[in-house]
Design a protein around this ligand. Structure first.
Ligand code: SUG
Length: 442
């Protein structure tokens, strides 16, 4: 099995809407102009870098935004132009919610279990329902359609529906999930922020998004071995410091786990259980508050690095540029490298995404696949130098280099986006995955 990182291609409406309470960067950036072209090119440069390291890389398409489907469901009627004009006039906030390019953060697209870990030997994928926030909840239907298009072969892949149940079963996808290797097989960590019907006190400042009940349902659907499935709780103090997803303060791969001490509530118990399951092979790097204050970890995102297994057997760490610039984050990462488990440290600039609270690891969904499963995937989504060049040219043809919040009311932006996405489905050979392609209307 090898891992493909599926990155979400940044959409043409990437902007700073200030939409995510509890996500410090999103709120701080709200109202600033963005650069969608630079954002998409930064994402593609990261994909190319991962590909050139020899780690597997693939791409997920953006979603149509503004979502005319969602705006129509909310009662704005008429032609596309009329729908946008009415929304801009009557509820500028709804238009902003329906215009977010948030599907770029593919770590929230779904949770995945490789075939080696599941009871029926298929790869299981559950698209996240993302019900905690409106602008993200409207991603789920299209994400489901995209995953069904790529992983269409039902003998090898089980693409489940997003979880039902609204806020009780709020699911944020792989951003709260970590797969490690234990002595007897894979160990799955499903982190959660609140329990739907539990009574423990939660964070007081910021919302907890993922519920324990959603995590348990995903683990059940994916037919994982219960004895190697753990449900650690995110520390409420970590959420209150800005760790709205577990991957803001922890990242793991194989036999290595790197985390801040405020990542999980019952850290010692979680680590003790992991050590038992790991049979002595697990390496853990914990940053204490003294070594790396959580405010620095949230500002610089060292734990939102990608851990990439290289063909030669090494483990590379792909960290955001901001954690090179933050002395304490950088010192922590250098300590981790000096400890020997990580064999290479690289910094990458994804600052357009970082300013909305999305680091390198937020931008990718890890999918472990055998060679046969890679062969069975549909579409042309695995990155090659040729596909990379086609996507760069596509971005340069279609994307604006400046988007201020007021520009979301411009009907030309929606038209440009639909034309770009229509062309993209041909480049990626995905067929008609979008509503506007299936209904013949947008
Ligand atoms: O859900 N930001 C995203 C960031 C998601 C990061 N993903 C992971 N940690 N895996 C969120 O809060 C901000 C959009 C805006 O404000 O315009 C936003 O949705």
């Amino acid at each position: 099995m090898r891992e493909l990182s599926f990155d979400g291609l940044v959409g043409p409406t990437h902007n700073y809407g200030g939409l995510s309470p509890g996500n410090v960067a999103s709120i701080a950036s709200g109202g600033r102009p963005s650069n969608p072209r630079a954002a998409a090119l930064q994402g593609l440069a990261k994909m190319r870098f991962v590909h050139d390291l020899g780690a597997g890389q693939a791409v997920l398409p953006p979603q149509p935004r503004p979502s005319l489907t969602a705006l129509r469901q909310l009662g704005f009627a008429g032609t596309d132009e009329e729908v946008i004009a009415r929304a801009a006039r009557e509820s500028e906030h709804l238009l902003r919610l329906c215009s977010s390019a948030s599907a770029m953060w593919a770590a929230n697209a779904a949770t995945v279990a490789p075939s080696a870990d599941t009871g029926d030997g298929r790869v299981h994928l559950t698209p996240a329902n993302l019900v905690a926030m409106f602008h993200r909840a409207i991603e789920a239907g299209t994400t489901w359609a995209v995953l069904r298009a790529i992983f269409a072969d039902e003998r090898r892949f089980a693409v489940h529906a997003p979880l039902p149940g609204g806020p009780h079963l709020a699911d944020e996808g792989a951003a709260n999930h970590t797969r490690l290797l234990g002595a007897g097989g894979a160990v799955h960590l499903f982190a959660w922020g609140r329990s739907a019907w539990g009574t423990e006190p939660g964070p007081t400042r910021f919302p907890a998004r993922q519920t324990l009940e959603a995590s348990q349902a995903v683990a059940r659907r994916h037919l994982l071995a219960p004895e190697r499935t753990l449900f650690p709780r995110q520390a409420p103090a970590g959420i209150d410091a800005g760790a709205f997803h577990a991957d803001v303060l922890a990242v793991g791969h194989g036999r290595f786990l790197m985390m801040h001490e405020l990542a999980f509530a019952d850290r010692e118990a979680v680590l003790a259980r992991l050590r038992e399951l790991g049979g002595g092979a697990l390496r853990v790097a914990v940053a204490t508050e003294r070594e790396l204050p959580v405010a620095d970890a949230v500002a610089a995102y060292p734990f939102n690095s990608q851990l990439l297994e290289l063909p030669g057997g090494g483990l590379a760490l792909l960290a955001p540029e901001e954690s090179r610039e933050n002395p304490r984050a950088r010192a922590f990462l250098e300590r981790v490298v000096a400890d020997g488990t990580v064999t290479g440290l690289h910094y990458i600039d994804v600052n357009q995404s970082m300013d909305n609270g999305g680091g390198p690891a937020c931008l990718r969904l890890r999918v472990g696949l055998t060679d046969e499963e890679v062969q069975a995937m549909k579409g042309d989504v695995v990155l090659s130098p040729g596909l990379h060049a086609r996507l760069v040219a596509w971005v340069e043809r279609h994307y604006r280099d400046r988007l201020a919040p007021a520009d979301l009311a411009d009907p030309a932006l929606a038209r440009e986006g639909l034309a770009a996405l229509d062309e993209l489905t041909a480049i990626l050979r995905l067929g008609p995955i979008y509503d506007f392609q299936r209904e013949g209307a947008s």
